[in-house]
Design a protein around this ligand. Structure first.
Ligand code: MRU
Length: 504
């Protein structure tokens, strides 16, 4: 594959990304001034591409400051600092510069050697990350063909070659697993409309553009199976800085229960920054917003808010995939649930270990993710949710909302008005009775029954009897926590049982 950036006879040779898609203009940069300008004006852009360009820039500087075999190291350091700070958000730029500088004591040739190694490594890293991300998406979404939404440009132009998120799309498309890509136009500089559309057309991958504000709507209306984006900086906690407009896509993806996957090389991970608050977001000129194609669009003197990037918090990120790992920044759901359960010994009676889910219910993001997991497990297989008193109510309600399905409450005796159906059952500690209003279920309704804890299985079994006795069908049985050691699941066959966390 043609490389977007190379070293050619003492110059940095690159495609001018400002001129695409209508003009294929090759640039040969021979000075640090030219390189800094190219990075600032986005002739070279995309985190991995600027990283490698930064390293090649140090090589340029080292050659220029070598006279009669003598290298002026302080002069190179000054130039290196200028390059490293040409744009602040993508950590790859400073990383590339720093890495090239490690060879400065060995002379200009060694610096160039390092930069050329980075050039090769970038292409390989992108290919490896893309293959890994494609595997992950197949696991998450099935074999497809998938409808994918992406943002900005993360393709061969934004990297040395192949790309990250767009590399993943390439990988899936080569296996016949892409139905359509929806690409956000990426205001205000239109990296999506100009560059991503160009690369997708080059590959013959079916695609459509949308205005950035339509991305969340496409997700919300079921037009998208997954969102794949790149990154400019990923913090130790897993917060992700990427092109402005990424964050709303992540919110929409989480709300719709579809994966939001970030694909980036390891060089984009910055463990020196704990969370998004520590990332400097580049703010660009007002004119990029107030003008269109050089024409003033807004009233004279209008100011603009023009951040180039936003930060997506870790809990909205399904996975960050690099060339060497698949990180789940939000943490595996079961682990997060486990961390939020308080076990109270001898409550409510001696010998019983009470699983208190109060701390879990106090964590809205965790309730939402748990509800999403249950909904996804039974998606399309239930018409309504039956939540069991009392601690099944919050999670049942969250699942019903998530699915857009009606919620029905099964209650303890004497709480429901009108005619009820009723079932007695044995608990881990004593006996109880469960009731449901006789007319609660539409005939033949498929019911997803939800409680907080599956212990002996008595409560869920009783609820299943209520449903069947009222003419309904069991769509599934779910709880947040399972005390697997009590074998309650065995009482619930042949129905499908799903629990997020087993505390056996
Ligand atoms: O301002 P840009 O065009 O450099 O922003 C680029 C992005 O936000 C990309 O998504 C990111 O750098 C990853 S490119 C593989």
């Amino acid at each position: 594959m043609e490389r977007s950036i190379t070293w050619d006879s003492g110059t940095i040779r690159t495609l001018d990304q400002r001129a695409l898609p209508h003009e294929r203009r090759i640039m040969r940069l021979t000075t640090v001034d030219q390189l800094v300008d190219a990075i600032e004006t986005l002739a070279i852009r995309g985190a991995p591409a600027v990283g490698v360009a930064g390293a090649l820039g140090v090589a340029l500087a080292a050659r220029h400051h070598t006279v009669d075999g003598l290298l002026d190291r302080p002069a190179v350091q000054v130039q290196a600092e200028r390059i490293a700070t040409a744009r602040p958000t993508a950590v790859n730029l400073a990383w590339g510069v720093r890495r090239a500088l490690t060879r400065l004591p060995e002379g200009a040739d060694a610096v160039l050697d390092e930069a050329l190694t980075m050039l090769d490594e970038d292409e390989q890293a992108n290919r490896d990350a893309s293959a890994r991300a494609a595997r992950f998406l197949r696991e998450q979404c099935g074999p497809g063909p998938l409808r994918i939404l992406t943002h900005c440009n993360t393709g061969r132009l934004a990297t040395v070659a192949w790309g990250t998120a767009l590399g993943t799309i390439r990988e899936l498309a080569a296996a016949g697993q892409v139905q359509e890509v929806i690409a956000g136009e990426t205001r205000p500089l239109l990296q999506g409309a100009r560059l991503t559309a160009w690369e997708l057309a080059e590959e013959g991958i079916p695609h459509r553009l949308c205005v950035d504000s339509a991305g969340p709507a496409a997700i919300a209306t079921g037009m998208v199976d997954c969102v794949i984006v790149g990154a400019d900086r990923i913090t130790a906690r897993g917060d992700v800085a990427n092109k402005i407009g990424t964050y709303p896509l992540a919110i929409a993806a989480q709300r719709a229960g579809i994966p939001f996957v970030v694909v980036a090389p390891e060089s984009t991970v910055d463990v020196t920054v704990l969370d998004g608050a520590g990332i400097r977001i580049e703010e660009r000129a007002d004119e990029e917003v107030t003008h269109h194609a050089g024409q003033l669009m807004a009233p004279v003197g209008t100011r603009a808010f023009n951040p180039a990037f936003d930060v997506t918090p870790a809990d909205l990120v399904t996975a960050v995939v690099t060339e060497s790992r698949t990180l789940r920044p939000g943490g595996e759901l079961a682990e997060r649930v486990a961390a939020r359960i308080q076990v109270v010994a001898d409550f409510p009676t001696p010998g019983v270990s009470f699983q208190d889910l109060g701390p879990l219910y106090a964590d809205p993001a965790l309730v939402r993710d748990t509800a999403t997991a249950i909904w996804r497990q039974f998606q399309g297989r239930f018409d309504c949710v039956l939540a069991l008193e009392a601690r099944g109510f919050p999670i049942g309600s969250a699942v019903a909302q998530r699915a857009g399905a009606p919620l029905i409450l099964a209650r303890k005796p004497g709480k429901l008005p009108g005619e009820v159906v009723s079932v007695s059952y044995g608990l881990e500690y004593g006996n109880d009775r469960l009731e449901m209003q006789s007319d609660a279920l539409a005939p033949g309704a498929r019911v997803l029954i939800i409680d907080d804890v599956l212990a002996t299985g008595g409560t869920l079994e009783a609820a299943a009897q209520l449903v069947k006795g009222s003419g309904g069908h069991i769509g599934g049985l779910a709880a947040i926590v399972e005390l697997g050691g009590l074998g309650g699941r065995g009482r619930l066959t042949p129905h499908e049982v799903f629990c997020v966390h087993d505390v056996t």
